[in-house]
Design a protein around this ligand. Structure first.
Ligand code: PLP
Length: 303
């Protein structure tokens, strides 16, 4: 399946006169969903050109990025090495089981070591750990990732006024801002508490990639639901209802929070009547199995 725009139908949207469609980026690639494939595409190409053998990266134990790099390594013929934050917990959670199943080697870093992950000396040591390495930062965000995410906008053929996207490191948001080239308005929904920190980081990525300081974007920092990978019963109910009414499974860490925010803003009359809004489904459904286990959730709507 490929990416398409799925229009939503909901009484609130009719009442407020806002058109919302979900851009199904989660269906972009069969094994590397959503924005993680957008972010990896040009990095994989660079790794191939450099004749790298091993993709090395970092992430938490439930990370969509770790799962995506493992799948990409298997598909494109690279060994993969994942540095995981925290101690090894056995049996491996579903994300790490999947990653090792794709052939990824896992190594664990305690929190102090993990904090040094971008330190040059530490990186040099890590690069020595594998033959012909290609290093991907945590979350996969670099300028090649930004380049890949500009294509989310380039491939949108229908008219839109507002683009909404969830943000972790902000790389996807930066790519969308870069790809929009000043057109429309773009809203980023940080999944972390204190998401204001992304403002300068996204601005810097956009500036570095485009040489421009676009002003047509903003962060909506009020929809973190307690912090990264945290939730409230209200959020889970929203995700469950959304699945039942729209037939789209959101993820609990990113896209559920973003779409909750989109509907909340619509109810507050944040958008003028007639606004055409596109919400980007960046994927992340692989995280449900581990998430449900971790919080002991019994959710009938996830199979
Ligand atoms: C990683 C991820 C994001 C965040 O992407 P960034 O580029 O780090 O902001 C959003 N949604 C999903 C589903 C993700 O897996």
């Amino acid at each position: 399946m490929s990416v398409f725009l799925q229009p939503l139908s909901d009484p609130v949207l009719t009442q407020k006169g806002v058109e919302v469609a979900v851009l199904r980026e989660d269906l972009l690639h069969p094994s590397i969903p959503g924005n993680k494939w957008r972010k990896l595409k040009y990095n994989i190409r660079a790794a191939q050109e450099q004749q790298a053998q091993t993709l090395i990266t970092f992430g938490g134990a439930f990370s969509n990025h770790i799962a995506a790099v493992a799948a990409a390594g298997q598909e494109y013929g690279f060994a993969t090495l994942g540095y995981i934050r925290g101690e090894e917990i056995l049996p491996l959670n579903p994300t790490l089981q999947y990653a090792t199943g794709c052939g990824m080697e896992l190594r664990y870093l305690n929190r102090t070591q993990y904090r040094l992950r971008n330190d040059l000396q530490f990186r040099a040591e890590i690069e020595k750990a594998a033959p012909k390495p290609y290093l991907l930062p945590e979350g996969g965000t670099n300028l090649l990732a930004v380049k890949g995410c500009t294509e989310i906008v380039y491939e949108l053929t229908q008219p839109w006024d507002v683009l909404c996207v969830a943000a972790g490191t902000g790389g996807t948001l930066a790519g969308i801002v870069a790809g929009a080239k000043g057109k429309g308005s773009i809203l980023g929904f940080p999944a972390l508490k204190g998401g204001e920190f992304l403002q300068p980081e996204v601005a810097q990525l956009v500036q570095a990639y485009t040489g421009q300081a676009y002003q047509n974007w903003e962060l909506q920092t009020g929809y973190h639901f307690g912090g990264y990978a945290k939730h409230t019963p209200e959020l889970l109910t929203f995700i469950q209802d959304f699945h039942a009414t729209q037939g789209i499974l959101l993820d609990p860490v990113y896209t559920g929070k973003m779409l909750y925010g989109v509907f909340d803003l619509i109810m507050q009359d944040y958008f003028t009547r007639g606004t055409k809004l596109v919400a980007v489904h960046t994927g992340g459904q692989q995280g449900w199995a581990g998430y449900a286990q971790r919080y002991n959730l019994n959710l009938g709507f996830i199979d």
